[in-house]
Design a protein around this ligand. Structure first.
Ligand SMILES: C=C(O[C@@H]1C=C(C(=O)O)C=C[C@H]1O)C(=O)O
Length: 440
Protein backbone atom coordinates (compact mmCIF):
# COMPACT_ATOMS: atom_id res chain seq x y z
CA UNK A 1 0.00 0.00 0.00
CA UNK A 2 2.88 2.33 -0.81
CA UNK A 3 2.16 5.86 -2.04
CA UNK A 4 4.51 7.33 -4.63
CA UNK A 5 7.47 9.27 -3.24
CA UNK A 6 6.93 12.92 -4.03
CA UNK A 7 9.03 16.05 -4.15
CA UNK A 8 8.14 19.52 -2.80
CA UNK A 9 6.78 20.49 -6.20
CA UNK A 10 4.34 17.58 -6.40
CA UNK A 11 2.55 17.61 -3.07
CA UNK A 12 -0.55 15.40 -2.96
CA UNK A 13 -4.00 16.80 -2.16
CA UNK A 14 -5.19 15.14 1.06
CA UNK A 15 -8.62 14.95 2.64
CA UNK A 16 -8.39 14.65 6.40
CA UNK A 17 -11.05 13.96 9.03
CA UNK A 18 -10.58 13.64 12.80
CA UNK A 19 -13.34 12.59 15.15
CA UNK A 20 -13.54 11.64 18.80
CA UNK A 21 -13.70 7.93 19.71
CA UNK A 22 -14.08 6.04 22.97
CA UNK A 23 -10.71 5.63 24.73
CA UNK A 24 -9.03 2.63 23.06
CA UNK A 25 -6.70 2.15 26.08
CA UNK A 26 -3.42 0.67 24.93
CA UNK A 27 -2.52 2.50 21.73
CA UNK A 28 0.04 0.02 20.46
CA UNK A 29 -2.50 -2.81 20.70
CA UNK A 30 -4.56 -0.91 18.09
CA UNK A 31 -1.92 -1.41 15.39
CA UNK A 32 -3.43 -3.97 13.00
CA UNK A 33 -0.23 -5.31 11.44
CA UNK A 34 3.54 -4.80 11.58
CA UNK A 35 3.90 -3.51 8.00
CA UNK A 36 4.14 0.27 7.96
CA UNK A 37 3.32 0.45 11.70
CA UNK A 38 4.05 3.90 13.10
CA UNK A 39 4.10 4.83 16.77
CA UNK A 40 4.81 7.79 19.01
CA UNK A 41 3.83 7.02 22.58
CA UNK A 42 4.83 8.35 25.98
CA UNK A 43 3.08 7.61 29.30
CA UNK A 44 0.27 5.97 27.30
CA UNK A 45 -0.37 9.16 25.30
CA UNK A 46 0.48 9.94 21.70
CA UNK A 47 -0.58 8.01 18.66
CA UNK A 48 -0.17 5.00 16.47
CA UNK A 49 -0.71 5.10 12.75
CA UNK A 50 -0.60 2.93 9.65
CA UNK A 51 -1.01 2.99 5.90
CA UNK A 52 0.57 5.57 3.68
CA UNK A 53 -1.24 8.57 2.17
CA UNK A 54 1.98 10.32 1.11
CA UNK A 55 5.72 10.16 1.64
CA UNK A 56 8.67 12.46 1.24
CA UNK A 57 12.20 11.09 1.12
CA UNK A 58 15.02 13.50 1.78
CA UNK A 59 18.57 13.68 0.55
CA UNK A 60 21.82 15.30 1.66
CA UNK A 61 22.27 18.33 3.89
CA UNK A 62 18.89 19.83 2.94
CA UNK A 63 16.89 16.68 3.82
CA UNK A 64 14.98 18.24 6.72
CA UNK A 65 14.41 21.69 5.25
CA UNK A 66 13.25 20.10 1.96
CA UNK A 67 10.83 17.96 3.96
CA UNK A 68 9.60 21.09 5.74
CA UNK A 69 8.96 22.86 2.41
CA UNK A 70 7.11 19.78 1.12
CA UNK A 71 5.04 19.69 4.31
CA UNK A 72 4.07 23.36 3.86
CA UNK A 73 2.81 22.53 0.36
CA UNK A 74 0.91 19.45 1.61
CA UNK A 75 -0.76 21.34 4.45
CA UNK A 76 -1.64 24.30 2.21
CA UNK A 77 -3.69 22.12 -0.15
CA UNK A 78 -5.19 19.67 2.40
CA UNK A 79 -8.87 19.76 3.32
CA UNK A 80 -9.02 19.17 7.05
CA UNK A 81 -12.04 18.62 9.30
CA UNK A 82 -10.82 18.27 12.88
CA UNK A 83 -13.52 17.86 15.53
CA UNK A 84 -10.96 17.33 18.32
CA UNK A 85 -8.39 20.13 18.06
CA UNK A 86 -5.68 18.67 20.30
CA UNK A 87 -1.95 18.48 19.53
CA UNK A 88 -1.62 15.55 17.12
CA UNK A 89 -5.23 15.56 15.88
CA UNK A 90 -5.92 16.61 12.29
CA UNK A 91 -3.30 16.18 9.58
CA UNK A 92 0.02 14.82 10.75
CA UNK A 93 3.25 13.29 9.50
CA UNK A 94 5.80 11.15 11.27
CA UNK A 95 9.43 11.24 10.29
CA UNK A 96 12.94 10.05 10.96
CA UNK A 97 16.03 11.58 9.39
CA UNK A 98 19.54 10.25 8.88
CA UNK A 99 22.21 11.41 11.33
CA UNK A 100 24.62 12.62 8.74
CA UNK A 101 24.43 14.41 5.41
CA UNK A 102 26.06 11.51 3.51
CA UNK A 103 24.15 8.56 4.93
CA UNK A 104 22.62 5.97 2.64
CA UNK A 105 19.47 6.20 4.84
CA UNK A 106 18.55 9.94 4.77
CA UNK A 107 14.93 9.29 5.85
CA UNK A 108 11.97 11.62 5.45
CA UNK A 109 8.30 12.03 6.35
CA UNK A 110 5.40 9.59 6.14
CA UNK A 111 1.78 10.75 6.14
CA UNK A 112 -0.27 7.77 7.35
CA UNK A 113 -3.76 6.78 6.21
CA UNK A 114 -5.10 6.20 9.72
CA UNK A 115 -4.02 7.70 13.05
CA UNK A 116 -5.36 6.69 16.44
CA UNK A 117 -4.46 9.22 19.12
CA UNK A 118 -4.95 9.60 22.84
CA UNK A 119 -4.16 12.50 25.12
CA UNK A 120 -4.73 13.34 28.73
CA UNK A 121 -6.43 16.72 29.06
CA UNK A 122 -7.81 18.67 32.04
CA UNK A 123 -11.20 17.24 30.98
CA UNK A 124 -9.87 13.67 31.18
CA UNK A 125 -8.51 11.24 28.60
CA UNK A 126 -9.58 12.04 25.06
CA UNK A 127 -9.07 9.83 22.04
CA UNK A 128 -9.56 10.26 18.34
CA UNK A 129 -9.16 8.69 14.96
CA UNK A 130 -7.92 10.58 11.94
CA UNK A 131 -8.32 9.30 8.41
CA UNK A 132 -6.16 10.77 5.66
CA UNK A 133 -7.17 10.11 2.10
CA UNK A 134 -5.01 10.98 -0.90
CA UNK A 135 -6.61 12.45 -4.06
CA UNK A 136 -9.39 10.28 -5.32
CA UNK A 137 -9.00 7.30 -2.91
CA UNK A 138 -12.09 5.92 -1.16
CA UNK A 139 -12.86 7.02 2.43
CA UNK A 140 -13.05 4.51 5.27
CA UNK A 141 -16.59 3.88 6.62
CA UNK A 142 -18.15 7.05 8.11
CA UNK A 143 -20.05 5.26 10.92
CA UNK A 144 -17.07 3.53 12.42
CA UNK A 145 -16.89 4.15 16.14
CA UNK A 146 -13.63 2.61 17.18
CA UNK A 147 -10.13 2.55 15.87
CA UNK A 148 -10.32 -0.86 14.24
CA UNK A 149 -13.69 -0.26 12.58
CA UNK A 150 -12.34 2.95 11.14
CA UNK A 151 -10.08 0.98 8.89
CA UNK A 152 -11.98 -2.28 8.56
CA UNK A 153 -8.66 -3.72 9.67
CA UNK A 154 -8.39 -7.04 11.42
CA UNK A 155 -5.63 -7.04 14.06
CA UNK A 156 -3.20 -9.72 12.97
CA UNK A 157 -1.65 -11.92 15.66
CA UNK A 158 1.69 -10.70 17.05
CA UNK A 159 4.95 -12.42 16.14
CA UNK A 160 7.35 -12.57 19.08
CA UNK A 161 11.12 -12.61 18.61
CA UNK A 162 12.44 -16.16 18.97
CA UNK A 163 15.90 -17.72 19.48
CA UNK A 164 17.61 -14.34 19.23
CA UNK A 165 21.33 -14.47 18.41
CA UNK A 166 23.80 -11.57 18.58
CA UNK A 167 26.68 -10.64 16.33
CA UNK A 168 29.30 -7.92 16.06
CA UNK A 169 28.53 -4.79 14.09
CA UNK A 170 30.97 -2.71 12.09
CA UNK A 171 33.74 -3.07 14.69
CA UNK A 172 34.60 -5.58 17.40
CA UNK A 173 34.30 -4.27 20.97
CA UNK A 174 38.11 -4.36 21.27
CA UNK A 175 38.59 -2.35 18.08
CA UNK A 176 35.92 0.15 19.20
CA UNK A 177 37.82 0.70 22.48
CA UNK A 178 41.05 1.24 20.52
CA UNK A 179 39.29 3.91 18.46
CA UNK A 180 37.93 5.54 21.61
CA UNK A 181 41.48 5.63 23.01
CA UNK A 182 42.63 7.29 19.76
CA UNK A 183 39.84 9.87 20.07
CA UNK A 184 40.84 10.64 23.67
CA UNK A 185 44.41 11.35 22.50
CA UNK A 186 43.14 13.69 19.80
CA UNK A 187 40.86 15.48 22.27
CA UNK A 188 43.79 15.89 24.68
CA UNK A 189 45.79 17.29 21.75
CA UNK A 190 43.09 19.95 21.37
CA UNK A 191 41.30 18.85 18.15
CA UNK A 192 37.85 18.94 19.84
CA UNK A 193 36.32 19.15 23.33
CA UNK A 194 33.94 16.25 22.96
CA UNK A 195 33.22 13.59 20.33
CA UNK A 196 30.28 11.17 20.59
CA UNK A 197 31.29 7.71 19.43
CA UNK A 198 28.75 4.97 18.84
CA UNK A 199 28.89 1.27 18.02
CA UNK A 200 26.44 -1.12 16.42
CA UNK A 201 25.47 -4.70 17.19
CA UNK A 202 23.23 -7.05 15.18
CA UNK A 203 20.47 -9.22 16.57
CA UNK A 204 18.75 -11.95 14.57
CA UNK A 205 15.47 -13.61 15.44
CA UNK A 206 14.17 -16.88 14.03
CA UNK A 207 10.99 -15.01 12.96
CA UNK A 208 10.54 -11.69 11.13
CA UNK A 209 10.52 -8.93 13.78
CA UNK A 210 7.16 -7.39 14.59
CA UNK A 211 7.60 -3.71 15.56
CA UNK A 212 4.36 -3.88 17.54
CA UNK A 213 5.94 -6.34 20.00
CA UNK A 214 9.10 -4.28 20.41
CA UNK A 215 7.16 -1.00 20.76
CA UNK A 216 4.79 -2.53 23.33
CA UNK A 217 7.71 -3.75 25.41
CA UNK A 218 9.39 -0.34 25.29
CA UNK A 219 6.19 1.47 26.21
CA UNK A 220 5.74 -0.83 29.18
CA UNK A 221 9.30 -0.87 30.55
CA UNK A 222 10.34 2.70 29.63
CA UNK A 223 7.04 4.55 29.90
CA UNK A 224 8.66 7.94 30.64
CA UNK A 225 10.63 7.86 27.37
CA UNK A 226 9.24 8.35 23.87
CA UNK A 227 8.52 5.00 22.24
CA UNK A 228 8.80 5.37 18.49
CA UNK A 229 8.43 3.29 15.36
CA UNK A 230 9.01 4.88 11.96
CA UNK A 231 9.81 2.85 8.85
CA UNK A 232 11.47 0.02 10.76
CA UNK A 233 13.36 2.27 13.19
CA UNK A 234 12.11 1.36 16.64
CA UNK A 235 13.22 2.46 20.08
CA UNK A 236 12.57 4.28 23.34
CA UNK A 237 14.43 7.55 23.57
CA UNK A 238 14.72 9.76 26.64
CA UNK A 239 16.03 12.80 24.73
CA UNK A 240 13.72 15.52 23.37
CA UNK A 241 15.41 17.50 20.60
CA UNK A 242 12.57 20.01 20.34
CA UNK A 243 8.86 20.29 21.03
CA UNK A 244 6.86 23.19 19.59
CA UNK A 245 3.47 23.84 21.11
CA UNK A 246 1.61 27.08 20.58
CA UNK A 247 4.60 29.39 20.25
CA UNK A 248 6.70 27.73 22.94
CA UNK A 249 9.66 25.43 22.44
CA UNK A 250 11.23 22.95 24.82
CA UNK A 251 14.29 20.74 24.59
CA UNK A 252 15.81 18.21 26.98
CA UNK A 253 19.59 17.94 26.91
CA UNK A 254 21.11 14.73 28.24
CA UNK A 255 24.82 14.16 28.69
CA UNK A 256 26.63 12.45 31.50
CA UNK A 257 25.53 8.90 32.23
CA UNK A 258 25.81 6.27 34.92
CA UNK A 259 24.48 2.70 34.94
CA UNK A 260 21.72 1.71 37.38
CA UNK A 261 22.57 -1.14 39.72
CA UNK A 262 19.05 -2.16 40.72
CA UNK A 263 19.83 -1.33 44.37
CA UNK A 264 17.92 1.89 45.12
CA UNK A 265 20.18 3.08 47.91
CA UNK A 266 23.34 2.56 45.89
CA UNK A 267 21.69 4.24 42.88
CA UNK A 268 20.86 7.32 44.92
CA UNK A 269 24.49 7.58 46.02
CA UNK A 270 25.55 7.16 42.37
CA UNK A 271 23.09 9.86 41.29
CA UNK A 272 24.64 12.23 43.81
CA UNK A 273 28.11 11.32 42.57
CA UNK A 274 27.00 11.90 38.96
CA UNK A 275 25.70 15.35 39.88
CA UNK A 276 29.14 16.17 41.34
CA UNK A 277 31.36 14.47 38.75
CA UNK A 278 33.45 17.14 37.06
CA UNK A 279 33.93 14.94 33.96
CA UNK A 280 30.17 14.52 33.52
CA UNK A 281 29.33 18.10 34.44
CA UNK A 282 31.82 19.40 31.90
CA UNK A 283 30.43 17.07 29.21
CA UNK A 284 26.94 18.22 30.11
CA UNK A 285 27.84 21.91 29.99
CA UNK A 286 29.19 21.57 26.44
CA UNK A 287 25.89 20.05 25.38
CA UNK A 288 23.69 22.69 27.04
CA UNK A 289 25.77 25.61 25.76
CA UNK A 290 25.71 24.37 22.18
CA UNK A 291 21.95 23.69 22.29
CA UNK A 292 21.28 27.19 23.67
CA UNK A 293 23.46 28.70 20.97
CA UNK A 294 21.65 26.87 18.13
CA UNK A 295 18.25 27.74 19.60
CA UNK A 296 19.06 31.41 20.04
CA UNK A 297 18.14 32.65 16.51
CA UNK A 298 14.61 31.18 16.89
CA UNK A 299 13.58 32.50 20.27
CA UNK A 300 12.65 35.85 21.76
CA UNK A 301 13.65 34.56 25.18
CA UNK A 302 14.97 31.31 26.63
CA UNK A 303 15.25 29.74 30.04
CA UNK A 304 18.42 27.70 30.52
CA UNK A 305 18.72 26.24 34.05
CA UNK A 306 22.20 26.61 35.49
CA UNK A 307 22.34 23.27 37.24
CA UNK A 308 21.29 19.93 35.69
CA UNK A 309 18.95 17.46 37.37
CA UNK A 310 19.34 13.68 37.36
CA UNK A 311 16.97 11.73 35.11
CA UNK A 312 16.32 8.21 36.42
CA UNK A 313 15.61 5.52 33.82
CA UNK A 314 15.38 1.80 34.52
CA UNK A 315 18.81 1.11 32.94
CA UNK A 316 20.79 4.34 33.40
CA UNK A 317 20.73 7.80 34.97
CA UNK A 318 21.59 10.91 33.02
CA UNK A 319 22.39 14.50 33.82
CA UNK A 320 19.46 16.40 32.28
CA UNK A 321 18.66 20.04 31.53
CA UNK A 322 15.25 21.17 30.26
CA UNK A 323 15.64 24.28 28.12
CA UNK A 324 12.52 26.27 27.20
CA UNK A 325 11.94 29.29 25.01
CA UNK A 326 9.36 31.60 23.48
CA UNK A 327 9.52 31.44 19.69
CA UNK A 328 10.19 34.53 17.66
CA UNK A 329 7.65 35.12 14.86
CA UNK A 330 8.89 36.22 11.43
CA UNK A 331 7.81 39.47 9.72
CA UNK A 332 4.46 37.88 8.79
CA UNK A 333 3.75 36.66 12.30
CA UNK A 334 4.62 33.02 11.48
CA UNK A 335 6.66 30.74 13.70
CA UNK A 336 9.23 28.32 12.27
CA UNK A 337 7.88 24.77 12.24
CA UNK A 338 9.18 22.23 14.74
CA UNK A 339 10.99 20.55 11.84
CA UNK A 340 12.81 23.75 10.92
CA UNK A 341 13.98 24.20 14.48
CA UNK A 342 14.97 20.52 14.67
CA UNK A 343 17.00 20.93 11.46
CA UNK A 344 18.94 23.78 13.04
CA UNK A 345 19.54 22.01 16.36
CA UNK A 346 20.65 18.71 14.83
CA UNK A 347 23.23 17.32 15.49
CA UNK A 348 23.48 18.46 19.10
CA UNK A 349 26.57 17.91 21.19
CA UNK A 350 24.75 14.94 22.75
CA UNK A 351 25.19 12.93 19.54
CA UNK A 352 27.91 14.80 17.59
CA UNK A 353 30.18 16.65 19.97
CA UNK A 354 31.77 20.08 20.24
CA UNK A 355 32.77 22.10 18.35
CA UNK A 356 30.01 20.72 16.12
CA UNK A 357 31.61 20.64 12.65
CA UNK A 358 34.97 19.24 13.82
CA UNK A 359 33.25 16.68 16.04
CA UNK A 360 30.93 15.44 13.30
CA UNK A 361 33.81 14.94 10.90
CA UNK A 362 35.76 13.09 13.61
CA UNK A 363 32.71 10.86 14.18
CA UNK A 364 32.63 9.73 10.55
CA UNK A 365 36.39 9.36 10.40
CA UNK A 366 36.76 7.38 13.65
CA UNK A 367 33.52 5.39 13.97
CA UNK A 368 33.87 3.52 10.69
CA UNK A 369 30.12 3.04 10.15
CA UNK A 370 27.07 4.69 8.61
CA UNK A 371 24.75 5.56 11.53
CA UNK A 372 21.73 5.67 9.24
CA UNK A 373 18.87 7.22 11.20
CA UNK A 374 20.34 6.40 14.63
CA UNK A 375 21.02 9.67 16.51
CA UNK A 376 19.01 11.61 13.94
CA UNK A 377 15.75 13.48 14.60
CA UNK A 378 12.65 11.29 14.94
CA UNK A 379 9.15 12.57 15.64
CA UNK A 380 6.02 14.10 14.22
CA UNK A 381 4.57 17.38 13.08
CA UNK A 382 1.08 18.68 12.57
CA UNK A 383 -0.42 20.95 9.92
CA UNK A 384 0.19 24.02 12.11
CA UNK A 385 3.92 23.23 12.45
CA UNK A 386 3.63 22.14 16.10
CA UNK A 387 5.06 18.76 17.00
CA UNK A 388 7.86 16.90 18.69
CA UNK A 389 11.21 15.62 17.49
CA UNK A 390 13.41 13.51 19.71
CA UNK A 391 16.88 12.15 19.07
CA UNK A 392 16.68 8.54 17.86
CA UNK A 393 18.57 6.79 20.68
CA UNK A 394 18.12 3.41 22.43
CA UNK A 395 16.86 2.04 19.16
CA UNK A 396 17.42 -0.38 16.34
CA UNK A 397 16.77 -0.44 12.64
CA UNK A 398 15.14 -3.52 11.14
CA UNK A 399 17.01 -4.73 8.06
CA UNK A 400 15.02 -3.90 4.94
CA UNK A 401 16.31 -7.02 3.18
CA UNK A 402 15.75 -9.46 6.04
CA UNK A 403 13.13 -8.54 8.67
CA UNK A 404 14.56 -11.11 11.09
CA UNK A 405 17.61 -8.90 11.54
CA UNK A 406 17.90 -5.64 13.47
CA UNK A 407 20.91 -3.35 13.90
CA UNK A 408 21.17 -1.82 17.37
CA UNK A 409 23.15 1.28 18.25
CA UNK A 410 24.56 3.00 21.32
CA UNK A 411 27.11 5.71 21.83
CA UNK A 412 28.64 7.97 24.41
CA UNK A 413 30.29 11.32 24.72
CA UNK A 414 34.09 11.08 24.81
CA UNK A 415 36.00 13.85 26.58
CA UNK A 416 39.64 14.20 27.69
CA UNK A 417 38.94 12.38 30.99
CA UNK A 418 37.13 9.39 29.40
CA UNK A 419 38.21 5.78 29.83
CA UNK A 420 37.60 3.38 26.87
CA UNK A 421 36.53 0.42 29.05
CA UNK A 422 34.02 2.56 30.99
CA UNK A 423 32.65 3.91 27.70
CA UNK A 424 32.18 0.38 26.36
CA UNK A 425 30.26 -0.52 29.54
CA UNK A 426 28.14 2.60 29.04
CA UNK A 427 27.21 1.49 25.51
CA UNK A 428 26.20 -1.89 26.94
CA UNK A 429 23.94 -0.16 29.49
CA UNK A 430 22.40 1.91 26.70
CA UNK A 431 21.81 -1.20 24.57
CA UNK A 432 19.83 -2.79 27.40
CA UNK A 433 16.37 -1.47 26.44
CA UNK A 434 16.76 -2.95 22.94
CA UNK A 435 18.15 -6.23 24.23
CA UNK A 436 15.29 -6.51 26.74
CA UNK A 437 12.70 -5.74 24.06
CA UNK A 438 14.14 -8.53 21.91
CA UNK A 439 14.43 -11.07 24.70
CA UNK A 440 11.04 -10.29 26.30
C1 LIG B 1 24.58 8.68 22.21
C2 LIG B 1 23.73 8.19 23.12
O1 LIG B 1 23.34 8.87 24.23
C3 LIG B 1 23.70 10.21 24.43
C4 LIG B 1 24.96 10.34 25.17
C5 LIG B 1 24.98 10.48 26.54
C6 LIG B 1 26.28 10.50 27.29
O2 LIG B 1 27.34 10.42 26.67
O3 LIG B 1 26.29 10.56 28.53
C7 LIG B 1 23.78 10.60 27.26
C8 LIG B 1 22.60 10.66 26.61
C9 LIG B 1 22.56 10.85 25.17
O4 LIG B 1 22.59 12.21 24.88
C10 LIG B 1 23.09 6.86 22.94
O5 LIG B 1 22.25 6.49 23.76
O6 LIG B 1 23.41 6.16 21.98
Amino acid sequence: MSAPVTSATSAPVLTVATREIPDPGDLIAALPHPEGALAWVRRGEGFVAWGEAARFEGEGAGRMLDADAWWSAVTASAQVTDAVGLPGSGLLALGAFGFDDHTTRPGGLVVPRVVVGRRNTPAGMRAWVTTITPDGAAHPGPDATDATDATDAVVEPLTHPRDVTWSEGSLTAAEWMRRVAGAITRIRDGEAHKVVLARDVWATSAEPLDVRVLAARFAQAYSTTWTFAVDGLVGATPELLVRRERGLVASRVLAGTIRRTGDDEADLAHAAALARSSKDLEEHEFAVASLAESLEPFVASANVPEVPSVLHLPNVMHLATDVTGVLQADGEGRFPSVLRVAAALHPTAAVGGTPRAVAVSLVSEIEGMDRGRYAGPVGWLGADGDGEFCIALRCGSIDREDARRIRLFAGCGIVAASDPRAELDETEAKLEPMRQALLG
